[in-house]
Design a protein around this ligand. Sequence first.
Ligand code: PEP
Length: 255
Amino acid sequence: MRRVIIAGNWKMNKTISESIELVNGLKRELFGVESIDIVLIPPYTALSGISDMLTDSNIELGAQDLHWEEKGAFTGEVSPVMLKDVGVKYVVIGHSERRTYFGETNETVNKKVKAALREGLLPIMCIGEHLEEREAGKAFDVIEDHLRGGLKGIAGEDALKIVIAYEPVWAIGTGKTATPEQAEEAHKYIRGLLAKIYDKTVAEGLRIQYGGSVKPENIKELINEPDIDGALVGGASLKVEQFVPIVKGSLKKGA
Ligand code: PEP
């Protein structure tokens, strides 16, 4: 049985005081929710403070990116060792915004996934097609390319520690959600590929989240799909009144 994981990616939002307010609200509303994994992914500047606030809580901490080297002359970058040091458990890798605006490729994603695993961090590896690719009938080719590229050289036992986030780029921040059927079709396809790349154990054990305009109104129908194990939430993770119902809407499956 795969444990449901709901993660909130705050992207480049929230000052320290805004972060504290949001985390206080989420801690209060989500106290005692233990049957699923809840992860907050704030900007780097808020990680240390939030890490302290989440000590002994049911909510876990994630980061939005990392560099693959341990340390050195890489101005502006943050290493896996530093993330571990601040109490991070999960790290998003290869988000479509990183791929689009900052030149991430399958190769850099793969290096980052390996570096995260080496340091004992759990990667949330994002994959997914653009609208033109879907319209050209290439969605599944892109998914396969991102999946194989990102997982290159990673053994099955390590792959089981990875969460794949299927995020069709056309659904991110657009208010346009993939239908539950479209999302399930992609998740099932990814699971089939995992069985080919690895085996049945990895295919059935690895968690696959859906991401793209997840809201309180659509979480239930998405999470009810057999191959959807959670959600990576952007915009709706910035407000207590939106993120809480998304978490609570996923509980039935996690129970
Ligand atoms: C995301 O950034 O991963 C995302 C899914 O954003 P949104 O929920 O705003 O579409």
